[in-house]
Unconditional design. Structure first.
Length: 411
């Protein structure tokens, strides 16, 4: 098991914000050193702020670009590998319009945009904005790689450590949270058990043991700091090798190939096991199936047994949504809108956070192979979005609607 990220959170608009940033920088460095010394390799340290539109609300595009560059420079100088300037907000629809410009002017800064939230519900206009951002981002870097730094969010809460959906809550003290790369722990547990009950028991015992040990480390490091420890996100992220693949772990339960029937049961079993864990929680703590970050998922996309609809279905039993999904460069903005609408509706109906990080690849069509050269990616096949343009009410920019979480009635 490794630590994918130690993520720090703060508000750059507060008094002594630069001093707070220095404290977080020192703390992140100390946490990294201490975790490494105790056998937990820390892959990245990251910094997240309040939503960028709230830092200086009255700034125009040029001023926001300047602010973003300044923030990115500060993050780099303070030793952070990546920066998230948070989501565009449904209450400030104009904030979506500048995101592609901000991404094009930076190289380590991530953004996101809400398509549904608790207050508003599902926003058609916000969905349209996010689809437009995804389409625009595709041409910013080779292979559509700029979309790695943008995600559409549905009902995602603050302080989650996994990017791009990380953001700080205005008015709250600075904080840190921990993202776990632990798919290898799942493989170990599932491969060394005699039955499902024992597989669950081994996994929970191992994850809770790590949480307890890491909890002691962070409690000691934060004891004299005015920094809140928000907790762990044990979504047990994969790495693109077979011995750290959630897809491989799920198949080890008895599925011949992920995407075939039985896969939903495997997803539900793993997600339910994570739900039973006893540790301080933040973020998703759900099933994370990022297609290009998981060697077995990408392989199954090549074998054409795994589709976007499959991954969306698994999200219904507690996933993090659609992540690092390569789609055709000719995918229209309207097709993306239809898929984002499903994500927003699923999230709202189930009262759970979901995200969508879609990557249109210029020059590639559904069925083509990707050719990324990135440590955290395993190349797969470009997937098709089975959608046409929305019409009627679903194409009305003024439409917003709420979905009440389903209530189970018993007699």
């Amino acid at each position: 098991m490794k630590i994918r990220s130690i993520t720090s959170f703060y508000d750059p608009g507060t008094l002594k914000a630069d001093y707070t940033l220095e404290i977080l920088s020192t703390l992140a460095r100390e946490c990294r050193q201490t975790c490494n010394a105790n056998g937990y390799e820390v892959q990245t340290v990251r910094l997240a702020t309040i939503p960028f539109s709230l830092i200086n609300p009255d700034e125009n595009t040029d001023q926001l670009i300047k602010l973003t560059k300044t923030m990115e420079t500060k993050a780099k100088l303070n030793g952070f590998d990546y920066l998230s300037l948070g989501p565009a907000l449904i209450a400030q629809l104009e904030s979506y319009e500048v995101i592609s410009d901000l991404i094009s002017e930076t190289d380590i800064t991530f953004f996101s945009g809400f398509i549904a939230d608790q207050k508003t519900g599902v926003s058609i206009k916000a969905i349209q904005h996010c689809a437009k951002i995804i389409s625009q981002n595709a041409s910013l870097e080779e292979n559509g790689f700029a979309n790695l730094r943008f995600s559409a969010l549905a009902n995602v809460k603050p302080f989650g450590p996994f990017f791009p959906g990380s953001y700080h809550q205005p008015g709250q003290p600075p904080a840190i949270s921990i993202a776990i790369e632990g798919a290898d722990e799942v493989i170990y547990a599932f491969s060394n058990a005699k039955n499902l009950s024992e597989a669950r028991e081994i996994l929970l015992e191992n994850l809770e043991g790590h949480a307890n040990q890491l909890g002691l480390i962070f409690s000691e490091l934060l004891a004299d700091q005015k920094v809140v420890f928000q907790g762990f996100d044990f979504s047990v992220a994969p790495f693109p090798v077979d011995n750290c693949s959630l897809g491989a772990a799920m198949e080890s339960l008895g599925i011949s190939s992920l995407g075939k029937h039985g896969s939903l049961a495997a997803a539900a079993f793993l997600a339910d096991t994570l739900d039973r864990g006893n540790w301080a929680r933040c973020g998703f703590n759900g099933l994370m199936l990022p297609l290009l970050e998981d060697s077995r998922l990408s392989q199954r996309s090549i074998h054409q047994t795994l589709t976007i609809k499959d991954l969306l279905m698994y999200s219904a039993v507690c996933g993090t949504g659609l992540d690092t999904i390569p789609i055709s460069g000719s995918t229209t903005r309207e097709q993306i809108e239809a898929l984002l609408l499903d994500i927003a509706a699923l999230s709202s109906r189930l009262n759970k956070p979901l995200t969508a990080r879609l990557m249109p690849i210029p020059g590639k069509e559904a069925g083509d192979l990707t050719n990324f050269d990135f440590e955290f990616f395993s190349n797969g096949r470009v997937l098709a979005i089975d959608a046409d343009a929305l019409t009627g009410y679903f194409n009305n920019t003024n439409e917003v609607f709420k979905l009440r979480p389903r209530q189970v009635n018993t007699i």
